[in-house]
Write a protein that binds this ligand. Structure first.
Ligand code: NAD
Length: 471
C-alpha cells in the first residue's frame, strides 16, 4: 500500500488529503500537524474548518485509510510521498519584509524530513511558494541526505475556500511540475497515478518545476486582478451614473473575457490573493523587473482603495460622522461558506469605522466572537510602508459586540454594512429590520446582494457598489 503523509492539517492539507483518501482506498493517508488542538478537532465531530461537504468526506474515510496525527516524525519516516502544506505567510520582518514569503515553516519541515527519513521519498510542494523554492528544498534535503534519494515535485493547490470539496472532486486542472530527469519523470508519474483515480487524464498537466511554482502565483494574481479591474470600474460607475452590474454583464459577454469573477465588491480578502501578489512583486523586484512589480502592486492598491472608499462612503453618507452611531455589520468572513477571516475586508472596514468612533454590532453565521476580537486587535502589517504598523486601540475594540442573529445586530442601528455575501442575507425580512432601526436607515451593500430598489421602497437609503446613488 502506498503511504502518503501530509505535513500541515489546514484549509488545504485537510480537505485535499480527505479527498485523496476517499478516492484512493488503496492508499493510506496520514495528515500530521504540530498543532495539537487542530489534530484533535480533525479527529472529533467538530472539524477545525467549515467547508460544505467536508464532514461527509471525512466521516467516510477517517479510520479507514485517513488518519490525523501529531506524531509528525513517525508518519513522515514511513511515507512514500510527503505533501508539504504548511503556511507560507508574508514575512513581517527582515529582508523582504512586507512582500517576500516567509518560508520558515517550509524550511523546518524540510529539515525534519531530512532528519527522520530512512527511505527514498517524493516530496511534494502543496503550499504556495516562490518560484525556485524547490531548488532550496533540494539543497536542504540532498546536503543532509544520508544516501536517500529525494524527488521534489510542485503540485500547487487551486481549490477555493467555500467550494473546496467541489473543486477537489472536479478540478479544472491538476498541475504537477518535476525535474526533467528519468527520476523526476518517474516521480511525476507516481503522483499522476494518485490523481488518475478520479481526475480525467486531460486535466492532469505536467510541466517543469518552475512553471508549476509560478503558475500558482500567476493564477492568483490574475484572479485578484479581475476583481480589482471591476472594482476600479465600479468607482467610475458611481462617478458617472453607469451601473457596474450592467457594465460587467456586457463586458463578460465577450467570450474572450467571460462572465466569471466580475462581481464588484468591497474588495477581495482571504489568506492568498494579497500574499501571493506581494510574493510575485518581490520576485519581480529581485529579478530586476521593477515595472512588472509595479503593475502587480496596483492590483493591491486598488483593493485597499476600494475598502477605504467604502468606509468613506459610509461615513460621508451618515452626515460625515459615525461617532456614537450603531453600525450593524452583516458578515465578517472573507467570503460566503467559510469561517475564514484571514485578510477579510471586514477587518479594514471595521477598523475604519472604529477610527470614527462607531459602535459596531457584528453577525456572521460561521465566525466566532473570539476570532473577530483577535482579528481586530491584531496589528495589520502595512505592505506599502513596512516600517509602520497600524496601531489598534483597546478602547476601540470595546466598541464592538458580536451577536448570533442578523435582527439582533441591526436592532436600533443607524446603518447596516453587508460585508460577506452569505445567502441568508439575501432573504432577510428587511421590512422588520427597517422598522427596528434609527431613521434615516442606511444600507451599505458591500457585495451587491440585495435589490437596492426594493430596499428603497421600504424606506432605506441604499448604497450599492458601482450603482447609481440615492438622490
Ligand atoms: P493553514 O495555516 O490553514 O495550515 C497550515 C498548517 O501547517 C497549520 O495547521 C500549521 O500548524 C501547520 N504547520 C506549520 N508548520 C508545520 C510543521 N513544521 N510541521 C507540521 N505542521 C506544520 O494554511 P492553509 O490555508 O492550509 O495554506 C497552506 C498553504 O496552501 C499556503 O502556502 C497557502 O498559500 C496555500 N494555499 C491555500 C489555499 C487556501 O484557500 N487556504 C488555497 C491554495 C493554496
Amino acid at each position: 500500500m502506498v503511504k502518503i503523509c501530509c505535513i500541515g492539517a489546514g484549509y488545504v492539507g485537510g480537505p485535499t488529503m480527505a479527498v485523496i483518501a476517499l478516492k484512493c482506498p488503496d492508499i493510506e493517508v496520514v495528515v500530521v500537524d504540530i498543532s495539537k488542538p487542530r489534530i484533535e478537532a480533525w479527529n472529533s465531530d467538530t472539524l477545525p474548518i467549515y467547508e460544505p461537504g467536508l464532514d461527509d468526506v471525512v466521516k467516510q474515510c477517517r479510520g479507514r485509510n485517513l488518519f490525523f496525527s501529531t506524531d509528525v516524525e513517525k508518519h513522515v519516516a514511513e511515507a512514500d510521498i510527503i505533501f508539504v502544506s504548511v503556511n507560507t505567510p508574508t514575512k513581517t520582518r527582515g529582508l523582504g519584509a512586507g512582500k517576500a514569503a516567509d518560508l520558515t515553516y517550509w524550511e523546518s519541515a524540510a529539515r525534519m524530513i531530512a532528519d527522520v527519513s530512512k527511505s527514498d521519498k517524493i516530496v511534494v510542494e502543496k503550499s504556495t511558494v516562490p518560484v525556485k523554492t524547490a531548488e532550496a528544498i533540494e539543497k536542504i534535503l540532498t546536503h543532509n541526505s544520508k544516501g536517500i534519494n529525494y524527488q521534489i515535485l510542485s503540485n500547487p493547490e487551486f481549490l477555493a475556500e467555500g467550494t473546496a470539496i467541489e473543486d477537489l472532486f472536479k478540478p479544472d486542472r491538476v498541475l504537477i511540475g518535476g525535474r526533467e530527469t528519468p527520476e523526476g519523470r518517474k516521480a511525476v508519474q507516481v503522483l499522476k497515478d494518485v490523481y488518475a483515480h478520479w481526475v480525467p487524464e486531460d486535466r492532469i498537466l505536467t510541466t517543469n518545476l518552475w512553471s508549476a511554482e509560478l503558475s500558482k502565483l500567476a493564477a492568483n494574481a490574475f484572479l485578484a486582478q479581475r476583481i480589482s479591474s471591476v472594482n476600479a470600474i465600479s468607482a467610475l460607475c458611481e462617478a458617472t451614473g453607469a451601473n457596474v452590474s450592467e457594465v460587467a454583464y456586457a463586458v463578460g459577454k465577450d467570450t474572450r473575457i467571460g462572465p466569471k469573477f466580475l462581481n464588484a465588491s468591497v474588495g477581495f480578502g482571504g489568506s492568498c490573493f494579497q500574499k501571493d501578489i506581494l510574493n510575485l512583486v518581490y520576485i519581480c523586484e529581485c529579478n530586476g523587473l521593477p515595472e512588472v512589480a509595479n503593475y502587480w502592486k496596483q492590483v493591491i492598491r486598488i483593493n485597499d482603495y476600494q475598502k477605504s472608499r467604502f468606509v468613506n462612503r459610509v461615513v460621508a453618507s451618515m452626515f460625515n460622522t459615525v461617532a456614537g452611531k450603531k453600525i450593524a455589520v452583516l458578515g465578517f468572513a472573507f467570503k460566503k461558506d467559510t469561517g475564514d477571516t484571514r485578510e477579510t475586508p471586514a477587518i479594514d472596514v471595521c477598523k475604519g469605522l472604529l477610527g470614527d468612533k462607531a459602535q459596531i454590532s457584528i453577525y456572521d453565521p460561521q465566525v466566532t466572537e473570539d476570532q473577530i476580537q483577535r482579528d481586530l486587535a491584531m496589528n495589520k502589517f502595512d505592505w506599502d510602508h513596512p516600517m509602520h504598523l497600524q496601531p489598534t486601540s483597546p478602547t476601540a475594540i470595546k466598541q464592538v459586540s458580536c451577536v448570533w442573529d442578523a435582527y439582533e445586530a441591526t436592532k436600533g442601528a443607524h446603518g447596516v454594512c453587508i460585508l460577506t455575501e452569505w445567502d441568508e442575507f439575501k432573504t432577510l425580512d428587511y421590512q422588520k429590520i427597517f422598522d427596528n432601526m434609527q431613521k434615516p436607515a442606511f444600507v451599505f451593500d458591500g457585495r451587491n446582494i440585495v435589490d437596492p430598489e426594493k430596499l428603497r421602497e421600504i424606506g432605506f437609503i441604499v448604497y450599492s457598489i458601482g450603482k447609481p446613488l440615492d438622490a
